[in-house]
Design a protein around this ligand. Structure first.
Ligand code: FDA
Length: 497
């Protein structure tokens, strides 16, 4: 409520925010979390909380009047459709040179993502976070993150026989025939539940094409893991449909936080001011960067340093599809949860997930999301005239990612006598190079903050999300975001409370 004082306020309920809330609550601290998206705990008119990728409705997108699906076309037909403007679950946020997809709601990205839970290879870790001791990460914090998130791997025996992973077995065959290393990828989806879906004994979710707009069953989103545990302490409260717009130094070392309450069409219904002893920025790479860049540029947080807004990257994301021969079908039934990939990172190619195309019909396509070592880093800055934060990413900066992905898929196409699909991202367009699912950076660890996420210049302000990571994690990012948050909050609880 307006005028309240809280010990700790957390901005955002994704991975970083959920770790902070749980560990602070367990240490006896009262925590209030502010989340601009919805609670996603109430069924809609069809009895379901989340809508299906095949039938996107009002629940699908954050404040858009038309869907903006990552795959825009199929066999020459545009896929996007009109929808009512609503505080839906997936934000396709457009900057000049890139569309950044993000989850909106209690649970952040865990609501919409594929659940792929990947620990980077230790040899690559120094390039990700050079100031962090890898011994501690690999002995303590990665295992703690995996346990907290409920990560496990598909039963290899079931994988061999499941109809819904024919597409993955085709992906494996093609990778191995070109001598690329094939790997299984752990996930937070409940694999036992998926086996029951396949057996027809429970309501289907992954096997019904649910993913981008939420999973009604099976996926262990943060609502079912860290946030459930945090709520069970009795010390954590959450305000959904509330957006933090300002954090300013107040009296006695506390901070004055301005919060807007939203209705489901995005309108502001109330503006509230609360005070907080400490504030954790966990609004995601883009959300945290946008807040900090504006608050620094407008003089609200003048002590922030010149690293704010810098070091942003797209985790080298690029997508493509390959057209298989008619005798190599990928299956009309495809689990929406990926379970495997090609780990060719060290050779300079990519960490490429074999991704589903859960259309419900045979497509004869193999589809891939590649994570590549793209060297480009963009910067957020405040445009005072337009009154908004901009990002200077250039569309052409995806070319190194395309070149790296081509080292894999040109080779596979040559070996298999196949070609790229040109119908998935437009008309005659091979590469999905307009987007990222993995925004990282903008308030980089040990630059904008100290080595534990304490913002320079304003004691009691912290960053604890993907903004800390300088642009790339060499694999899918949320386990690293979670593990780094576990490391940092342990130190902050020991030293600052
Ligand atoms: P995260 O984005 O999770 O949470 C931030 C929260 O803050 C959001 O809920 C947001 O609404 C809220 N917020 C923002 N601004 C606010 C404000 N001003 N006031 C209040 N609240 C505010 N990763 C992976 O490892 N494996 C995978 O399989 C995938 N797959 C995938 C698919 C898709 C479609 C997407 C979009 C993303 C993925 N990811 C992924 C990426 C992963 O989801 C992402 O890296 C993490 O969610 C980032 O975690 P953070 O804690 O940084 O923020």
């Amino acid at each position: 409520a307006d005028g309240t004082h809280v010990d700790v306020l957390v901005v955002g309920t994704g991975y970083g925010g959920s770790v902070a809330a749980l560990r602070l609550a367990q240490a006896g601290v009262d925590v209030h979390m502010v989340e601009m998206g919805m609670a996603w705990d109430t069924p809609g008119t069809d009895g379901k909380v989340f809508c299906n990728t095949r039938e996107p409705d009002y629940r699908s997108y954050w404040l858009r009047t038309r869907t903006k699906a990552p795959l825009s076309n199929f066999l020459g037909f545009p896929l996007d459709r009109d929808i009512p403007r609503y505080t839906g679950i997936l934000d396709a946020e457009e900057f000049g040179g890139i569309t950044v997809y993000q989850g909106r709601g209690v649970g952040g990205g865990s609501l919409v993502n594929g659940g792929m839970a990947v620990v980077p290879q230790r040899a690559n870790f120094a390039a990700v976070l050079p100031s962090v001791n890898p011994d501690e990460m690999y002995a303590t914090y990665y295992p703690r993150a995996n346990a907290g998130l409920g990560v496990s791997t598909i039963d290899p025996g079931w994988f061999e026989s499941a109809d819904c992973y024919q597409y993955s077995r085709v992906g494996r065959k093609h990778a191995q025939r070109s001598s690329f290393p094939f790997v299984f990828v752990p996930d937070v989806y409940d694999w036992d539940y998926m086996e029951q879906e396949a057996a027809g004994t429970v309501p289907k979710s992954a096997l019904a094409g649910e993913i981008l707009y939420g999973n009604n069953h099976g996926k262990k989103s943060l609502q079912r893991t860290y946030l459930a545990q945090a709520r069970a302490t009795g010390r954590v409260s959450i305000s959904p449909l509330h957006r933090v717009t300002s954090v300013a130094p107040g009296s006695g070392g506390a901070y004055t936080v301005v919060v807007e309450q939203l209705d489901t069409s995005g309108g502001v219904t109330a503006t509230k001011t609360v005070t907080a002893g400490k504030v954790f920025f966990a609004a995601g790479s883009v959300g945290t960067s946008k807040l900090l860049v504006r608050l620094k540029a407008t003089g609200v947080l003048p002590g922030l340093n010149g690293e704010i807004g810098k070091g942003w990257g797209d985790n080298g994301n690029v997508m493509c599809g390959r057209a298989n021969h008619l005798w190599d079908p990928t299956g009309g039934l495809q689990s929406a949860i990926p379970c495997c990939g090609i780990d060719n990172w060290t050779a300079g190619g990519a960490f490429a997930e074999v991704a589903p195309l859960p259309t419900g019909i045979e497509t004869w396509a193999s589809f891939y999301l590649s994570i590549t070592n793209n060297p480009h880093r963009a910067r957020f800055s405040w445009n005072a005239a337009a009154g908004k934060v901009e990002l200077d990413w250039q569309t052409a900066w995806k070319q190194p990612s395309i070149d790296m992905a081509k080292t894999i898929f040109d080779t596979i196409n040559a070996r298999e006598g196949t070609i790229y699909r040109t119908d998935l991202f437009g008309v005659y367009k091979i590469w999905g190079d307009h987007l990222t699912y993995h925004p990282l950076g903008g308030a980089v660890l040990n630059r904008a903050t100290d080595n534990y996420g304490r913002l320079h210049g304003h004691p009691g302000l912290y960053v604890i999300d993907g903004a800390l990571i300088p642009g790339n994690t060499t694999v899918n990012p949320f386990v690293t975001i979670t593990a780094l948050a576990e490391r940092n909050i342990e130190r902050i609880i020991a030293a600052d409370l």
